[in-house]
Write a protein that binds this ligand. Structure first.
Ligand code: ZN
Length: 506
């Protein structure tokens, strides 16, 4: 049977505010387990409001509303000028009030979309809604008891619901990764799935190709990583395909949990129907109003978003899509790259003017500089950062020094193996490259006489290889260059040596 997979996502993102959604309790701040390493002791960031004592009144957190709206705008959503808080009623020990304040009929924003890049290029996925709500407390289950930490109770969340637009588990994963990047660019959340500040439930069903109607969906919970999302959906796709082929497709909605150890989904409790929550508008909170001025302000403070940055980097620095993506993955890395390239181009401009370079050469030179910077940044510098576990804003090499390093390379003041030594020293000491180059005696020998002598000597001393080379075994050129580099104590330009050998051995 020819089946089509239908996937939709429901995503919760913890918002990085100072205080909780409806009271002034700390939202954990920079030190919360959600945002950093060590958290506050259990049940210490609580108050009568977030614990739901009678007679208390909630007040909506302005910062959470702004961050939610900012995300909604970045997702190209339509912001509802008026949205309404709603009570979602259910009983569970992690919910001290017996209800959760959320938004139901009139959410903060609707009808958005996010574009991702998959193996076929760009693809757009539609978003149904984005609403704000408070989180529940956290339960810790052990063998014979359950402990509840109310610190998380009442912290702000945004929930994003997509349209059932996904046809492959891979696209669902890529969408979540792009969403995480967006949240980080906007600084509204760390959006780290492993830490639980981005949580995702995935809905999946199959249908025969050509049919329009949707069949009962299965909701998969307990997905703690992007990989888990992809693996669980792939598993579920196969499970449901088998059911269809047996003539017994799922006839009712169900909920299944992902078991990371067994690598399979397991049936769990039946999904509550929406009506079970007995939603009604929250009587303790007025509707939420956002006016044109507030929305215009959010538009004005919107940073350049990942997709726009990728497209601009490709255009401005002649990078291919994969390379631009690599830089944009970390906003700080993209910023560093641009700072280096602007320094290097300034230098090039000054030098190009004095030499009166033609436009064509000028473009080629700019491109060569971009390539050098990208190459050394993403291979050698990333390697040093990986080895030491340092992030780009922690390293000792500032963009000016990195640009100077690249310019020296560009001018062939040293070769690439000397470059590796110099960069490592710069990384360790923060020193400037010219100084290190002199100190370590790594300046490339440009003395034509010395090179010529070395080449002649090598040719004379290796008559056997010379004869083979002349018979057509041209890969031997590498062998000659190697000898030449050794003779010049590693300080020659291998390209120049190659040229000399080729010429003499004609
Ligand atoms: Zn509180």
């Amino acid at each position: 049977m020819n089946l089509e997979t239908i996937i939709g996502l429901e995503i919760h993102i913890q918002i990085k505010t100072k205080s909780k959604m409806f009271c002034s309790c700390s939202n954990g701040g920079e030190n919360s387990p959600r945002f950093g390493e060590a958290g506050e002791p259990a049940n210490t960031t609580v108050c009568p409001i977030c614990l739901g004592h009678p007679g208390t009144l909630p007040v909506a957190n302005k910062q959470a509303v702004e961050m939610g709206a900012l995300m909604a705008l970045a997702l190209n959503c339509e912001i509802n000028r008026t949205s309404v808080w709603a009570r979602k009623n259910y009983f569970y020990p992690d919910l001290s009030k017996g209800y959760q304040i959320s938004q139901f009929e009139l959410p903060l924003a609707v009808e958005g979309h996010l574009t991702i890049i998959n193996r076929n290029g760009e693809k757009r996925f539609n978003i149904e809604r984005l609403h704000l709500e408070e989180d529940a407390a956290k339960n810790f289950h052990s063998k014979d008891m359950t402990l509840v930490d109310y610190n998380r109770g009442g912290t702000p969340l945004m929930e994003i619901v997509t349209k059932p637009d996904f046809r492959t588990p891979e696209d669902a994963k890529l969408f979540l990764q792009e969403l995480k990047l967006l949240a980080r660019y906007l600084n509204v959340s760390e959006a780290d799935m492993e830490k639980g500040n981005l949580r995702c439930d995935a809905n999946i069903s199959l249908r025969p190709v050509g049919e329009e109607k949707l069949y009962p969906k299965t909701e998969i919970k307990n997905l703690n990583s992007f990989k888990a999302v992809e693996k669980a959906l792939t598993y579920e796709m196969k499970r449901q395909t088998d059911l269809w082929n047996l003539g017994t497709p799922p006839m009712s909605q169900s909920t299944r949990g992902w078991d990371e150890n067994k690598l399979e989904t397991m049936e769990s409790r039946d999904k509550e129907e929406s009506a079970d929550y007995r939603y009604f508008s929250e009587p303790d909170l007025p509707p939420l109003f956002l006016n044109e001025g507030e929305i215009a302000h959010l538009q004005a403070i919107m940073p350049e978003l990942p997709r726009a940055k990728r497209l601009r980097l490709e255009e401005e620095y002649q990078l291919n899509g994969v390379d631009a993506r690599m830089l944009v993955e970390d906003e700080a890395v993209a910023g560093y790259f641009e700072a280096v390239i602007s320094e290097a181009r300034e230098w090039l401009e000054e030098n190009a003017n004095t030499e009166g370079t033609s436009e064509e050469i000028w473009q080629l030179n700019r491109q060569r500089l971009s390539k050098l910077i990208f190459g050394w940044l993403t291979s050698e510098l990333f390697k040093l950062m990986n080895e030491t576990g340092l992030a780009i804003h922690d390293i000792k090499i500032n963009p000016e020094n990195f640009a100077e390093f690249i310019i020296l390379l560009y001018q062939r003041k040293f070769n690439s193996s000397a470059g590796q030594i110099i960069l490592k020293k710069m990384f360790e000491t923060g020193g400037d490259p010219e100084h290190i180059m002199e100190e370590e005696d790594l300046i490339q020998v440009d003395d034509a006489d010395a090179l010529e002598k070395a080449v002649t000597r090598i040719i004379n001393e290796n008559s056997e290889q010379v004869a083979e080379y002349k018979k057509g075994k041209t890969p031997l050129l590498k062998f000659f260059i190697g000898l030449g580099m050794k003779e010049m104590k590693g300080k020659a330009d291998p390209e120049k040596l190659g040229e000399l050998f080729r010429e003499k051995l004609k």
